[in-house]
Every structure is written in C-alpha cells, then in structure tokens.
Design a protein around this ligand. Structure first.
Ligand SMILES: Nc1ncnc2c1ncn2[C@@H]1O[C@H](COP(=O)(O)OP(=O)(O)O)[C@@H](O)[C@H]1O
Ligand SMILES: [Mg+2]
Length: 333
C-alpha cells in the first residue's frame, strides 16, 4: 500500500437528546493514489458523514470525532487547523454533492461562478479566468461552452448542472475527489454519462476518486475496489469484481439482490431489507436483527474483518468455519 490516503480507527458520533449515537466506526480504509474507490451503503449508513469528516465539514457539536486519524499525503487531516483545512479544500481535496443546486448559486450564470473561482483562488484577471472557465466546461464535455457560460443553473438539465459542479470541483487542481452520490437524482442514461465522465477525468487528470453510492452495480462500473458500509462499519471490502461476483456478507447479498440486473440505481433511499427492523444496538453485529443467516455468536460479538483472499475482506462470523472470522477457510454456504 502506498500510504497515500489512510483512515484508521475512525469513530464519529452525534450528540442527540437520547444521548450519543454512534454513526461511523471504521477500523481501516486505504486508498492508493490514482484509484477510484467505491463506498456503497443504503441511506443512513454514514456515507455523507464519512465524506464530511474527511473534509472536516462536520459541525462539532453535534458531531463528535471520538478517535481516529485520516492521513492524506502523510499528514493527519484531523489535526489540521481550520485555516490549514481551507487551503486543502478545493485545492487538494474537492467534493461533489448529491444535489448540484446545493453547490451552484441560482442568481449567477454558471460562467460567472466558474470565473469567480479562478479569480479568487488563482488570482487571475477576469479575461484570463473566462478563458480558463471555457476550457473547464470543455473538459467536462459540455458542447458549446460559450453558450453554457451565459446560462443560469435553472436553465440547464440535471446532468449538465452536475457536469458544471464537477468542473468547479476540479478547477483548483484538486488531486482527490469525493463524489457523494453524484448521480442519485439523475435518469439512468444521464447517470451513465456522468460515470463515464468521472472515469475519463480520473484517467486524464490522474485524480484519486472516492465514489459514494447506494448501488454496488453502479459503483463497480468505474471503481477498482469497493467497501460496503453498513451502519457505519465496513462489513466487506475487496476488488469490485470480487465483491460483486463473490460477495460473502449476507448484507452484500441483499444489496445485490435489491438491484435488478445489478447495473442501475434502483435501491431507493430508506428501503428496508428483508429480515425485520433496522439495526441492533449493543455489542454484536449490527446486521443481526435483519440477517437471514444469523447465529448466536453474531449477537454476542462484533465480527472482526477476516481475509477471504489478499484483497477481499469480510466482517461476518458466518463467512468463516467455526464461526470465527479470523480463520481463513470459507464455510462454503
Ligand atoms: N446532524 C446530525 N445529528 C444527528 N444525527 C445525524 C446528523 N447527521 C447525520 N446523522 C445520522 O448519521 C447517520 C448517517 O447519516 P449519513 O452519513 O447522512 O447517511 P448516508 O449518507 O449514508 O445516507 C444517520 O443515522 C443520520 O441520521
Ligand atoms: Mg448521504
């Protein structure tokens, strides 16, 4: 592993009226430079909290970062001051959000918005900035950049808006892009276009991408590796192919079964998987109450991640012989 981007023992909670709620519990997440890594989980799994924690955009309180480190290029982001983070956001690490309208200002043309980013961050003249803005619009493969520059966000389609947001996110030369469900509100054909664009930009610019979605089929189209996030814990991780074709965690199976054809985003937010109530509290596996393959040990003990292969890891007692996740041999059921 390159040590380019490494999360260790990250634990994030929220203070609520009912006490502190544990939202993220990540033992380890490592990204290599230049790869596209997918995070998949249903609504409420903690995907956005993870993205916001990386960029230090979570409000603390109510959020509490209890422990952990997020090393990026050898520096722990969790120890940075707000002033230091302002230099990292946009310039080193950038984020695109689910809803492009939350990034775009409705009262300015998109051209003006991109021009301002260049004038403010790169200290360019208006003329130079306009030239750069045109080339950014070309870069995100929107035809007739000059015409697009003069449009207001509401005059563009959802897909066009998301392309503009990607252009803005990459305009300051960020090398790490977090895409938080960027295709969620788009039609299937438009989704495919955005995925293709992200893949092309990743190759052309060499950026590292953390691609967040609620659909494993969709993510595996563009990601080398994926992690399945369930109630704040990574329960399975591996090469996209390994997890898609050889998933070993019952929750991953359910996620896959919920997607007809495995290639389009049809897992609706908040959909409850079969098996009963959402979540278990206490010490055991958080999937216990919904798991069709649960055993007594699952309620009693959190399963540690165990290796299926050098690249494929699963945190499930059932996946290993004798109910021990530490063992290497798969039970075959
Ligand atoms: N400000 C907040 N206060 C309390 N709980 C929150 C807050 N923001 C998010 N959460 C909780 O954190 C969990 C993860 O949320 P989120 O990261 O938005 O999920 P996802 O992006 O995977 O749909 C959810 O249970 C959500 O209710
Ligand atoms: Mg989210």
């Amino acid at each position: 592993m390159s040590g380019y981007f490494e999360i260790e023992n990250l634990n994030v909670g929220f203070k609520t009226f009912e006490g502190e709620k544990n939202v993220l519990d990540i033992d380890s997440l490592v990204l290599d430079k230049g790869e596209t890594f997918g995070i998949v989980g249903e609504s409420g799994a903690g995907k956005t909290v993870l993205a916001l924690t990386i960029l230090r955009l979570l409000s603390t309180p109510p959020a509490v970062i209890r422990s952990g480190s997020i090393n990026f290029n050898g520096e722990n982001l969790l120890q940075k001051t707000e002033k230091e983070m302002r230099r990292i956001r946009g310039r080193k690490i950038s984020m695109i959000f689910q809803d492009p309208m939350s990034t775009l200002n409705p009262v300015f043309t998109v051209g003006e918005q991109i021009v301002r980013v260049f004038m403010n961050n790169k200290k360019l003249s208006r003329k130079e900035a306009a030239k750069e803005a045109l080339s950014m619009i070309d870069m995100v493969k929107l035809p007739d950049a000059g015409n697009i520059m003069g449009k207001y966000p509401h005059e563009l389609s959802g897909g066009q808006r998301q392309r503009i947001v990607i252009a803005i996110a990459l305009s300051c030369g960020a090398e790490f892009l977090i895409a938080d469900e960027p295709t969620r509100n788009l039609d299937v054909t438009i989704q495919a276009g955005i995925l293709k664009l992200v893949a092309e930009l990743q190759r052309e610019l060499g950026v590292t991408v953390l691609f967040i979605a609620n659909n494993l089929g969709l993510v595996s189209v563009i990601c080398n590796r994926v992690a399945i996030l369930h109630e704040g814990r990574i329960i399975e991780t591996g090469k996209a192919r390994e997890v898609l074709r050889g998933s070993r965690h019952p929750y991953t199976h359910t996620l896959l079964n919920a997607v007809p054809g495995g290639s389009v985003e049809r897992v609706l937010p908040g959909v409850l998987m079969p098996g009963g109530e959402k979540g278990t509290s206490g010490e055991g596996c958080r999937y216990y109450s919904r798991c069709p393959e649960r055993q007594d040990i699952c309620r009693a003990r959190v399963p540690d991640p165990g290796e299926i292969s050098g690249t494929h890891t699963v945190a499930c007692h059932r996946a290993f012989k004798g109910g021990e996740a530490g063992a290497k041999e798969y039970s075959g059921s």
